[in-house]
Design a protein around this ligand. Structure first.
Ligand code: HEM
Ligand code: 2DC
Length: 469
C-alpha cells in the first residue's frame, strides 16, 4: 500500500529552525553537499522546508521519469523571486525564463524555431567556428608573449569572453570584439554584472527579496545594480541592430542573427523579444564558460584521455576535410566528455517542477501542486546510478541504452534549456580547436570542489598550462 505524503522522511516541520541550521552549516554555499548528505540520511526521497520553500527531493532516474511525466502542458519550475522582483521593481517584461502558462508557451514556441531547432545549426556553426579560431589565435599570442613557450593562467576570464563573444555573434549576427587585445569596457562590465547577479541571487532563495528591499539591504541593492548593468548593455546591443536594420534593407543573404530574425518574423512584440534576447545573452556567459573550464581541468588530470579525444578530432577532421557540420557528427567521445563534465560538475544543482497531477514515488503519495526537485548534482555522484561515479569516463556515454533519464544537465522536455544548441555547439567547437592546437596541463593534483552561487562554480581558481602541440 502507498504511504501518505506526511510520512515522507525529512525535516519539513519547522522551516525557520531548518533555515537556521542550514545557515550554520554554510548551506547557502553548500546546497549541493547538503543535498547529498540528506539523501544519505533519509534515502532516495525526502521532504524539506527551508525558510519559505517546501519541496520533495528525489534522486533516481526512474523517479525523474515519473516527475517529468507529471509536468503538464505548461511546465513550471521554482520561481527565482529575486529575478521576478527585479523585473517588477523596474517595470521590465518577463522573458521566456520567467514567464509561465500560455504566455510562456506561445513565446517559447516561436523562440524554439530560431534558437534550438536543428535547422538553425547550419547558421550558428560558421559564426561559432570563427570565434573558436580567434580564441586559439589569442592563446597562441599569449604564449608567444610569455617567452616561455607556454601559458599558465586561470582561464575563467578568457572563457567568459569566449562565451559572450559566441552567444553575441549568434544573437546579433556580428562580432562584439572580445577576442581583441583592447576590449570594450562595457562588455567587461556586463560580464562582471552577470557574476554579481548570480552571487546575490542565492541568499534570496531563502530570504524573501521583498523584505530585503523594504529594509534597503545591500544584497538587494547590489542585485538591482547587477541587473541594471545587464539590461543596459543588452539594450545597447539590441538598439544597435535595430538601427542598422532600418538603414540597410539588403543583407546579401547573410544570416542576420537571432534578434534580427525575430524582428523580421514579427510574431512577438518588440518588448517580448528584448526580454528574451536579454535573458539569452545573460544566460550564455557563465554557464558554458564554467563547463569548459571544468572540462579542461578534467582533461589536464587525464592526459591519456586527452590524447584519445585529440585522436578522435584528428580523424574527424581528416575524413570531413574540415566540413564543420559533418565533423560535429563524428566526435562522440568529445560529446561524452561534455556530458561527463555536466554529470560531475552540473551548472544547475537541481531540476524542479510543480507537478500537475498526483503521483507515487518510492511508494509515497505526492499531491498535485507539490514542488518536486531532482537532485542533479547528487544523482551524478550516486554509485547506484553511475558505477564508480568518482571516475571521469566519457566513454560511459557511448552506449545510449544506459542513458535513460541520466543525461539531464540541460533539463528536460519543453521547458529544457533554450540555449542548449548554442551551448553544445559552442563547447564542442571550443574543444575541437583547443585539442587541435594545445596540450592542457596542470600543476598539482589537488581536487577542486564546487561552491554554490546560484549556479555551481569552482570553489577556487583553477590554474592550467597551455602548450602548443
Ligand atoms: C534553462 C542548463 C547554457 C539560456 C536552463 C535549465 C538548465 C540549464 C538546467 C532549466 C531547464 C529545466 O528546467 O528543465 C544550462 C547549461 C548550460 C546552459 C548546463 C551550459 C553548459 C545556456 C545558454 C543560454 C541559456 C548558453 C543562452 C544562450 C537558458 C534559458 C533558460 C534556460 C533562457 C530558460 C528556458 C525556459 O524557461 O523556457 N538551462 N544552460 N542556457 N537556459 Fe540554460
Ligand atoms: C538554483 O534551488 C537552485 O540556466 C534553486 O541560463 C533552484 C533553481 C531554479 C532555477 C535554476 C537555478 C536553480 C540554477 C540556474 C538556472 C535556473 C534556471 C535557469 C538558470 C539553471 C537550480 C540558468 C543558469 C540560465 C540563467 C539565465 C539568466 C541569467 C537570464
Amino acid at each position: 500500500t502507498v504511504q501518505a505524503f506526511g510520512e515522507i522522511p525529512g525535516l519539513w516541520r519547522n522551516g525557520l529552525a531548518n533555515l537556521y541550521s542550514f545557515w550554520k552549516l554554510d548551506g547557502f554555499r553548500n546546497i549541493h553537499r547538503v543535498m547529498v548528505h540528506n539523501f544519505n540520511t533519509f534515502g532516495p526521497i525526502y521532504r524539506e522546508k527551508i525558510g519559505y520553500y517546501d519541496s520533495v527531493n528525489i534522486i533516481k532516474p526512474e523517479d525523474a521519469a515519473i516527475l517529468f511525466k507529471a509536468e503538464g502542458h505548461y511546465p513550471k519550475r521554482l520561481t527565482v523571486e529575486a529575478w521576478t522582483s527585479y523585473r517588477d521593481y523596474r517595470n521590465r517584461k518577463y522573458g521566456v525564463l520567467l514567464k509561465n502558462g500560455e504566455d510562456w508557451r506561445s513565446n517559447r514556441v516561436i523562440l524554439n524555431r530560431e534558437v534550438i531547432s536543428p535547422k538553425v545549426l547550419g547558421n550558428f556553426v560558421p559564426l561559432l567556428d570563427e570565434v573558436g579560431q580567434d580564441f586559439v589565435a589569442r592563446v597562441h599570442k599569449k604564449i608567444e608573449r610569455s617567452g616561455q613557450g607556454k601559458w599558465t593562467t586561470d582561464l575563467s576570464q578568457e572563457l567568459f569572453k569566449y562565451a559572450l563573444e559566441s552567444v553575441g555573434s549568434v544573437l546579433y549576427g556580428e562580432r562584439l570584439g572580445l577576442m581583441l587585445d583592447y576590449i570594450n569596457p562595457e562588455a567587461q562590465h556586463f560580464i562582471d554584472c552577470i557574476s554579481l547577479m548570480f552571487k546575490t541571487t542565492s541568499p534570496m532563495l531563502y530570504i524573501p527579496p521583498a523584505m530585503l528591499r523594504r529594509v534597503g539591504a545591500k544584497i538587494w541593492r547590489d542585485h538591482v545594480e547587477a541587473w541594471d548593468g545587464i539590461f543596459n548593455q543588452a539594450d545597447r546591443c539590441i538598439q544597435n541592430i535595430y538601427r542598422t536594420m532600418r538603414q540597410d534593407t539588403n543583407t546579401h543573404g547573410k544570416y542576420p542573427g537571432v534578434l534580427a530574425s525575430l524582428l523580421v518574423l514579427d510574431k512577438l512584440s518588440i518588448e517580448d523579444i528584448k526580454a528574451s534576447v536579454t535573458e539569452l545573452m545573460a544566460g550564455g556567459v557563465d554557464t558554458t564558460s564554467i563547463t569548459l573550464l571544468w572540462t579542461l581541468y578534467e582533461l589536464a588530470r587525464h592526459p591519456d584521455l586527452q590524447e584519445e579525444l585529440r585522436a578522435e578530432v584528428a580523424v574527424a577532421r581528416q575524413s570531413t576535410q574540415g566540413d564543420m557540420l559533418q565533423m560535429l557528427k563524428m566526435i562522440p567521445l568529445v560529446k561524452g566528455a561534455l556530458k561527463e563534465t555536466l554529470r560531475l560538475h552540473p551548472v544547475a544543482v537541481s531540476l524542479q517542477r510543480y507537478i500537475t497531477e498526483d503521483i507515487v514515488i518510492q511508494n509515497y503519495h505526492i499531491p498535485c501542486g507539490t514542488l518536486v526537485q531532482l537532485g542533479l548534482y547528487a544523482m551524478g555522484r550516486d554509485p547506484d546510478v553511475f558505477p564508480r561515479p568518482e571516475k571521469y569516463l566519457p566513454s560511459r556515454w557511448l552506449r545510449t541504452e544506459n542513458q535513460y533519464f541520466r543525461s539531464l544537465g540541460f533539463g528536460f522536455g519543453p521547458r529544457q534549456c533554450l540555449g542548449r544548441r548554442i551551448a553544445e555547439t559552442e563547447m564542442q567547437l571550443f574543444l575541437i580547436h583547443m585539442l587541435e592546437n594545445f596540450r592542457v596541463d596542470k600543476q598539482r593534483q589537488v581536487e577542486v570542489h564546487s561552491t554554490f552561487e546560484l549556479i555551481l562554480l569552482p570553489e577556487k581558481p583553477i590554474l592550467l598550462t597551455l602548450k602548443p602541440l
